[in-house]
Design a protein around this ligand. Structure first.
Ligand code: CA
Ligand code: CA
Length: 246
């Protein structure tokens, strides 16, 4: 083999290798590899964290994502500290079809720090199992007025997901939620029992915020609805320049 031919072969090999690398990096590979790995299933609490004060009420959603799988039925439980929170009965959000097209599992409800909910599609009503991703239920919580400031978990437990053949689906991810209970009296940002100009400035910094915003502070959310707005400002005004907590 001449040096020239040898050189050509080497160049050709390099080009082939480069093409292979480019195809791999660019994802121009045959689609079979990706199709074999379905996207994960997940059950989570939304929002995953929130900050409240003693006596507040708040709502969470339980989200279910079945990935590529057709979801026929599901069962979830959410554990919470019953000494700190009171939970409402879970409210179905239509994830597996309209309320008339599903059956709710007997025993769904609230018992001793556990919210249970199960639902399955009814056959023959044009409600076939399909992939879903959204809110399954909403739960309202009330924080005990004497609750100790701390961080409390909302734990997703005993998840069961069923496909169209009543076979269990993998539960790839379960995301718990947490609730941070802050101490302090409404309006008293400085914690000195009086409501004065310092508190007014802090109230202004939190004004127009909602739960989850970096400047949201439940001390300014007098009615505990997750928003600091004009209603709260009126409540703030009513105790301005007083010492309501002394
Ligand atoms: Ca103050
Ligand atoms: Ca408010």
């Amino acid at each position: 083999m001449s040096n020239k031919m040898m050189h050509r072969k080497v160049v050709a090999s390099i080009v082939v290798c480069l093409l292979a690398v480019m195809m791999a990096v660019g994802g121009i590979m045959p689609p079979t590899a990706a199709a074999l790995v379905p996207p994960p299933t997940a059950v989570s609490i939304d929002p995953d964290t929130r900050t409240v004060s003693p006596g507040d009420t708040f709502s969470i959603n339980v989200l279910v994502d079945s990935g590529n799988y057709n979801l026929l039925a599901c069962h979830v439980e959410v554990g919470y500290n019953a000494a700190v929170f009171a939970a409402s009965a879970p409210v179905y959000q239509g994830l597996l079809g309209a309320a008339a097209d599903v059956l709710v599992e007997p025993g769904s409800g609230v018992v001793d720090g556990l919210v249970k909910y199960g639902v399955t599609r009814v056959a023959g009503v044009g409600n076939p199992a399909v992939p879903v991703n959204g809110a399954l239920i909403t739960i309202d919580f009330t924080v005990d007025p004497d609750a100790e400031p701390d961080t409390y978990p909302l734990e997703v437990q005993n998840v069961i997901l069923k496909d169209e053949n009543n076979e269990d689906l993998p539960v790839d991810y379960v995301f718990d939620g947490e609730v941070v209970i802050e101490g302090g009296e409404k309006g008293d940002f400085t914690g000195d029992d009086g409501i004065n100009f310092d508190d007014f400035v802090s109230f202004g910094l939190a004004y127009n915020s909602v739960t989850g915003d970096p400047n949201y502070n439940p001390i300014g959310d007098f009615n505990g609805d997750g928003e600091i707005n004009f209603d709260d400002f009126v409540s703030f005004g009513l105790i301005y320049n007083t010492c309501p907590y002394a």
